[in-house]
Ligand binder design. Sequence first.
Ligand SMILES: [Zn+2]
Ligand SMILES: [Zn+2]
Length: 342
Amino acid sequence: MIPSHTTAAVLTAPRGTIAVASVPVAEPGAGEVLVRMEACGLCHSDLFVASLEKLPRVPLTLGHEGIGRVEAVGDGEGAAGVHGFAVGDRVGITFLASTCGACEFCLTGRERFCPRQLNFGYTVDGALAAYAVVPAPLLFRVPDALPAADAAPLCCAGWTAYGALREAGLRPGQSVALFGMGGLGHLAIQYARHLGLRVAAVDLSESKLEMARSLGADLALSAENAGRTLQKQWGGADAAIVLTGSPVAIQEAFRSLKRTGTLITSGLSTNQYELPIVDTVLKGISIRGSYLGTRADLEEVFRLAQSGVGRAHIETHALDQAPELFEKMRRGEILGRAVVLF
Ligand SMILES: [Zn+2]
Ligand SMILES: [Zn+2]
């Protein structure tokens, strides 16, 4: 049965408040499915969206780490329904809602760079709602064995962290410095260790560094002077991955690199960073942005989680707690990931 309304965490206006409200549910159209949500994680990028001066649409349902089950299927291809999805299937909703399917990026497995993409919780309504009508092509299958609350953070935090590590192109035995020990960082440590890398974790918060140590970080450093400390202790890192949007973190990450090292930025922010040109040139530094990952990366992230690698540290709450949880997140007070259970 398709409900007429659902409760959702809604951004009321650009830079407005986040409120829990009742919003209408549409019937799934051609190529769409209705998902009954089981869990959705809260991501810093939701706050980034909430901080933007202009948004394509408001009120906007936030959320792009959703796990749920297909409740109804619109018209589409295939005997089982839309793109092979049937009622009852377990699916994951990420930041990618739809892409054009025809550009050079879509045709080469890099649809996350499609210039015509739509994004859940940004350009279309997201997954922080008990029910969501979503396009089927970019839904992911989620193993039934993974509890929804554990799987939800993997849809953005896990995928992004794993994608950034793969983007760094390191070999086992090389070193990586991870800046930002939030939802992404605490998963990135686990993937980095799984990939056989030497891991330094950097953050401002002592409790987050404590968690990093417990997850097996070889070094856990306060952000202040992290660059100099890494130069002294390791002779620099082969790669530094910045999982926050803080310019100070980017600066320290740059300083932490070995000659010919790679700086990967993966946290969203409207801040600016001035490029140190001389060091970039003379030390042969590569600087890359990393956004989500490939489809295969997310499938691997789900597989790894089933084998115990990349388990998110979660706290679970009801949807009506979402506004307060976002405030806690803004203040940096959430350890691991906050997940809403429906
Ligand atoms: Zn996210
Ligand atoms: Zn495209």
